[in-house]
Design a protein around this ligand. Structure first.
Ligand code: PAF
Length: 277
């Protein structure tokens, strides 16, 4: 891959990387489309990265279908698929990339070590593909914040482009993990986007001094509608360091509302970002 990317760098062609763990869906296709619009060469990486899964997580059962992914990439006009083996990525490696502070919040509390796995693999992908641009979905807001900080702290020569979350008709954010859900769970999971929008409404009404009262109302709403869904967190933060917004009334700027919830045994994440004037 490095010979190919060196060649494109030398010829002045703009290269894009869409990093994925495969089992591609419409969200990935929209990233590929953006990448193709703004670059000469588009590379999709497909690598289920063991380093970002905890011991009791779903690495083994994570959905994989390379043939289907290949067809989707071909149809979308992808120039190269980078599909390394685990031993090629992590051959006796002793090095990890850890971004501090931002990684301890939200997902970090439930998935210790996850973002070290993500940052390490993405830096390795950047070094292998040498893209000018990377395309990531807004659904993984904390991952995006971590990767932006890593790129800036380590002077990586790449621009991170964040693209809108693609949703099912009922509002459920597209995710490879949605394939674990039954049709009934899929329908119930639409409550998550509803809860994010209810949070946004309350933030923008500006009647709440702090975020705690909003979070209580959100838990009540969920209990009324879907008591079987377990909300692991629902946080209202800034969109850069992901700090809780304590003085909500006087806060101005980008607000990120993010949540994680278990629908049956499937853990889903989602978020929305908006401006508070
Ligand atoms: O968002 C994902 O699919 C993964 O975390 C990524 C960025 C491909 C790294 O493995």
């Amino acid at each position: 891959m490095q010979d190919i990317s060196d060649y494109y760098r030398c010829t002045g062609k703009k290269t894009a990387l869409v990093p994925t763990m495969g089992f591609l869906h419409k969200g990935h296709v929209s990233l590929i489309k953006k990448a193709k619009e703004n670059n000469d060469i588009t590379v999709v990486s497909i690598f289920v990265n063991p380093m970002q899964f905890g011991v009791n997580e779903d690495f083994d059962k994570y959905p994989r279908d390379f043939k289907k992914d290949y067809d989707i990439c071909k149809e979308a006009g992808v120039d190269y698929i980078f599909n390394p083996e685990i031993y090629e990525m992590y051959n006796k490696s002793l090095t990890e990339v850890t971004v501090k502070e931002i990684t301890g919040r939200l997902e970090g509390k439930f998935r210790p070590g996850h973002f070290t796995g993500v940052a390490t693999v993405v830096l390795k992908l950047i070094n292998a593909v040498k893209p000018h641009n990377i395309y990531l979905g807004q659904k993984d807001a904390q991952q995006n914040a971590v990767l932006k900080k890593m790129v800036s702290d380590l002077n990586a020569d790449v621009i991170i482009n964040i693209c809108e979350t693609v949703r099912e008709e009922n509002g459920l954010a597209m995710s490879s993990r949605n394939s674990y859900l039954t049709p009934e769970q899929k329908s119930n999971a639409s409550i998550l986007y509803f809860l994010l929008n209810e949070g946004r409404k309350r933030v923008l009404e500006n009647n709440f001094e702090d975020t705690e009262a909003i979070k209580v109302e959100i838990s009540v709403l969920l209990k009324q509608k879907h008591p079987d869904i377990e909300l692991q967190y629902y946080e209202i933060t800034d969109n850069d360091r992901l700090d809780n917004i304590s003085d909500l009334k006087n806060y101005k700027g980008e607000v990120l509302i993010s949540l994680a919830a278990k629908v049956g045994s499937t853990r889903l994440i989602d978020n929305i970002v908006f401006i508070k004037q």
